[in-house]
Design a protein around this ligand. Structure first.
Ligand SMILES: Nc1ncnc2c1ncn2[C@@H]1O[C@H](COP(=O)(O)OP(=O)(O)OP(=O)(O)O)[C@@H](O)[C@H]1O
Ligand SMILES: [Mg+2]
Length: 243
């Protein structure tokens, strides 16, 4: 379980997170929904200290990760996969090496086993061996996303964070990614945390939804519990709203 209390983050004169409180339960898929510029990316990056928060506590299974030193943090991150907003594959590595990286660095695994795992993950995301020797710049946006999800899957993480997994994809690819998120959750039963402004994605995958506005989570519950007024408030112009 993840418990976040009073999480704050400021950039110069702009306070982006103004005291985030949220509990995330094991094996759930929680969608954090909010308009552009509300601090969704800052929130999840701060939650795993990819960005250093200014204040607050972050408990993963009762351990306050804000107290972790560098080594403890590195160990902790082995349990976590993060699918970045821009997929963030390594441009100088081909798909095979992008997928193999974690296994090579942290697992003592034979080459055949690594290759097997890579091919298995690729086929799970609907790609075949042809892409193994390609570099990220040779892939479409949808394919990059799928490779990024395959890379997350290979880690068999306890927690997967997805930042805008469907943004920039056409309807067909967005649906495909949305289904992958669901099936992957069943396969490796990770806790999935998704930030997005894609309402269709939220409707398709969420067990619960958290709504973020003006630096705070002001609603957490099931999607059926979100009233029209709540949605209106979410998309009305507020303190940190930017176009
Ligand atoms: N490294 C940084 N330095 C300064 N300001 C930043 C930094 N990262 C984010 N911000 C600011 O924090 C605010 C929230 O940004 P964030 O990227 O978290 O929004 P978001 O909700 O993820 O938006 P989007 O939906 O467009 O991805 C923005 O005003 C942004 O300019
Ligand atoms: Mg973002």
């Amino acid at each position: 379980m993840i418990s976040v209390r009073g999480l704050r983050k400021r950039f110069e004169d702009k306070e982006v997170l103004k005291g985030i409180d949220i509990d995330i339960f094991d094996n759930e898929t929680i969608v954090i929904l909010g308009p552009s510029g509300q601090g969704k990316t800052v929130m999840i990056k701060s939650m795993i200290r990819l960005m250093e928060p200014d204040a607050g506590e972050i408990y993963f299974d009762d351990e306050n990760i804000r107290e972790y030193n560098k080594r403890e943090l590195e160990d902790f991150r082995k349990k976590i996969a993060y699918v970045f907003q821009n997929s963030a594959l390594f441009d100088f590595l081909d798909v095979r090496e992008n997928l193999a990286l974690f296994l090579r660095m942290h697992k003592k695994m034979h080459e055949e086993k690594i290759e097997h795992k890579i091919v298995e993950a690729l086929s799970f995301v609907g790609l075949n061996r042809d892409v193994l020797d390609k570099y990220p710049e040779e892939l479409s946006g949808g394919m990059k996303k799928r490779v990024a999800i395959a890379r997350a899957m290979i880690k068999e993480p306890k927690y997967i964070f997805y930042d805008e997994p469907t943004t920039g994809l056409d309807k067909k690819n967005a649906e495909l990614v949305s289904n992958l998120i669901k099936v992957l959750k069943q396969k490796i039963s990770s806790t999935s945390i998704i930030v997005t402004h894609d309402i269709e994605l939220m409707e398709n995958v969420s067990d619960r939804v958290a709504l973020l506005k003006d630096g705070k989570v002001f609603f957490v519950g099931k999607k059926e519990e979100i009233s029209d007024e709540t949605f209106e408030y979410l998309y009305s112009i507020g303190d940190t709203y930017e176009i």
